[in-house]
Design a protein around this ligand. Structure first.
Ligand code: M6P
Ligand code: ZN
Length: 190
């Protein structure tokens, strides 16, 4: 392993930006339009192409022994009745975990293991969450403010998006009659 110096990243709690910015990735509706269930609602918003979330990846070698860490800002909003969410992923090395620390907003971590079993954690300011190995994870903003959290995971974990892109996730988190509901995904391909 090459020598790597200690370093700080500074979270600005006024606008939830990170300095230095590192690798800033923005995901808009067009980057994940097929992941929302209501394709009529997608069509109506696709030209506007809203920013769903952005995440600042601190630039750390993708090697065992290091710890990747990033700051994610997931904006409030809905596509049809489905709340804005992240794409979601397994780790490429499946037996690697992740810790989330939430700074602002109200959300859910939707997790699903390789046996298609679902687990959901509620998150808001001050909550530190453990995503165990073998669980795919997607974050959903169920509130009215940006949901802001930091994720920390092994340097070599990697992101595997293909399974969720193909199958979706078994459960959806939606708003029905002003309430947050968990419903079965009618299009889930298991
Ligand atoms: C969290 C972490 C990151 C992830 C980001 C965006 O901050 O889990 O590893 O990249 O959210 O989620 P996704 O990669 O699913 O788009
Ligand atoms: Zn992860």
């Amino acid at each position: 392993m090459e020598i790597f110096k200690p370093q700080n990243s500074i979270i600005n709690f006024d606008d939830f930006s990170l300095t230095p910015k590192g690798d800033l990735i923005k995901r808009r509706l067009k980057d994940m339009s097929f992941m929302y269930q209501n394709q009529e609602a997608v069509k109506k918003l696709i030209d506007e192409n809203p920013l769903i979330y952005e995440f600042y990846n601190v630039e750390i070698p993708e090697e065992k022994g290091h710890l990747q860490h990033c700051l994610t800002v997931l904006y409030p909003g809905k596509i049809g009745k489905e709340y804005y969410m992240t794409k979601g992923h397994f780790h490429s090395i499946k037996n690697t975990a992740e810790v989330y620390i939430t700074f602002s907003g109200e959300g859910r971590i939707l997790m699903q293991n390789t046996d298609d079993e679902t687990e959901i954690l509620k998150i808001n300011k001050g909550v530190m969450s453990y995503i165990p190995p073998y669980y795919a994870h997607r974050t959903i903003n169920v509130g009215k403010e940006p949901l802001v959290f930091c994720g920390v995971y092994p340097g070599d974990a990697g992101h595997e998006y293909g399974i969720i892109e193909k199958k979706g996730m078994a459960e959806l988190i939606v708003e029905e009659n002003d309430e947050i509901k968990i419903i079965d995904n009618p299009e889930y391909k298991n």
